[in-house]
Design a protein around this ligand. Structure first.
Ligand SMILES: [Zn+2]
Length: 471
């Protein structure tokens, strides 16, 4: 423990030590041709590759301006809310205490709430939480070691149930879009630690065919002991339940749920699902990790997508151990974008490809979530050597120039040089072989699996190491 602290302290005061290994790559990237190529981050995740073009370039440290969408003033919501000590009075009817369930044990499914809880109740509760932070609760935000004096947690209400401190439970969320009698509930796992701390939310399978995230949420949450947790973890392993059951990325109306956040109560189906999740669950989070995989037969190195132009988000990415971080401003309607707009620090985590369960990718995801929780003082891990820092990337896509069958010559995660052949597109009729070459020095952070492609298909996602966000 002591040694670990020492190493951490050293790294905190001499962060360049941790980065020393990355420097030659940075130098190489900036001296190569990539300096003349605009640094445009692209997406392949929850997202069509085309969203890429909309991403704003990452601002360099020198030109960095204060973010416009930082955390809103708590007072804005607090104005019309009752005083913090009125909390007891506000709690409406008889308390429905969630059963304490050992998440490692098999348990019956949670019961759905008969009625939708009015959203006003939720906004009240959200605004109540803010003043209580100013009161006796320890501020949860800074990246610090475990607080010296843990403060006992209070119970909190989610989805109409009160979760007592030091307990874990399964709750039920329903977006209320189906025939009432046939309606399925979506399980929500909650661990409320004995001590106060931040609320971390984990969402998986917003795209129903993205399976690695479901398993990442399960492993990260079922490892938690509420008696040793400071803060809360809320996990929705399968957000898009109907899509999941059909092996489909989309909602039943063929819409992409990750384009409709924060949703509208009276909107289309996707709007309503998004609205219900956002109001009933997401607004309770201080931090959010939305877990995805590559789409359309593409695979991704485990990585975060984060808007590095937002200082709060940039700081948040530092907690994720050695994970790659790719700058992307995100698209309108994405969960992470909407969460950041609502003052929640949020990133997308990408791991592997859709419709598969990939042990390596899952491991990497769980490890970096554990690292995140430790850095925010929520848990205490076994001995860990130092604090590996994430590696930051700007990125570009290399596209196929011809139709045919794509055969890759390199592997995911490979370091490549400008001009290097990454793969071939073979024309099955003429037998022509068209090489695809890397446009820059960097690392393959995402790529298409071998398949039939047409000209313009985004085949390789190349990350070039970027400057670390400001200290
Ligand atoms: Zn996705």
């Amino acid at each position: 423990m002591l040694l670990r602290r020492l190493i951490r302290t050293t790294l905190r005061h001499f962060p360049m030590l941790a980065l020393a290994a990355a420097l030659p790559m940075v130098a190489m990237a900036s001296s190569g041709s990539s300096s003349s190529v605009p640094m445009v981050a692209q997406l392949a995740e929850d997202e069509n590759v085309e969203d890429v073009i909309r991403s704003e370039p990452r601002r360099s440290r020198a030109t960095e301006e204060p973010a416009t969408n930082s955390v809103p003033e708590p007072s804005a919501a607090g104005d019309q809310s009752p005083a913090p000590d009125a909390e007891q009075v506000v709690v409406p009817i008889a308390r429905k205490i969630a059963p304490n369930i050992d998440l490692k044990e098999i348990a019956p499914l949670p019961e759905p709430e008969p009625e939708e809880v009015p959203t006003s109740e939720f906004s009240e509760e959200v605004s109540l939480e803010q003043p209580s932070v100013a009161g006796e609760e320890a501020p949860s935000e800074p990246l610090v070691d475990e607080p010296e004096e843990p403060v006992p947690a209070e119970s909190f209400t989610l989805l109409g149930k009160e979760v007592l401190p030091g307990t874990s439970t399964r709750l039920a969320w329903s977006p209320q879009i189906q025939i009432a009698g046939l309606s399925q509930i979506t399980p929500v796992l909650v661990v409320n630690g004995v001590n106060t701390g931040p609320t971390l939310c984990l969402t998986g399978a917003i795209h129903g065919d993205e399976l690695n995230g479901i398993e990442i949420v399960r492993r990260a949450m079922y490892d938690l002991d509420p008696e040793k947790l400071s803060g809360r973890v809320i996990g929705v392993p399968i957000v898009n339940l109907t899509g999941f059951q059909q092996g489909s990325r989309y909602l039943p109306d063929r819409r992409d749920l990750n384009r409709y956040f924060p949703g509208r109560k009276e909107g289309n189906l996707a709007d309503r699902v998004a609205y219900s999740l956002f109001e009933n669950v997401i607004r309770h989070c201080d931090m959010l990790v939305d877990i995805h995989t590559g789409s359309l037969k593409r695979t991704n190195l485990p990585q975060l997508r984060a808007d590095m132009n937002n200082p709060d988000v940039a700081e948040f990415t530092r907690g994720f151990d050695r994970m790659a971080v790719v700058h992307s401003t995100g698209s309108l309607g994405m969960l992470r974008t909407s969460a950041v707009d609502a003052g929640i620090r949020a990133v997308t985590m990408e791991a592997g490809e859709s419709l598969r369960i990939q042990e390596h990718q899952i491991d990497a995801g769980v490890n970096s979530l554990n690292s995140l929780m430790e850095k925010h003082g929520m848990i205490s891990r076994m001995f860990v050597w130092g604090d590996p820092e994430p590696v930051y990337y700007d990125s570009t896509w290399v596209r196929a120039e011809h139709g045919g069958i794509l055969f890759s010559e390199i592997d995911l995660g490979a370091n490549v040089s400008e001009g290097e052949v990454l793969g071939y597109v073979a024309d099955p009729i003429t037998n022509e072989q068209h090489p695809i070459r890397s446009t820059s020095n960097g690392r393959i952070i995402g790529m298409a699996v071998d398949q039939v492609v047409m000209a313009g298909f985004a085949a390789y996602h190349i990350g070039t190491e970027a400057e670390v966000p400001g200290e």
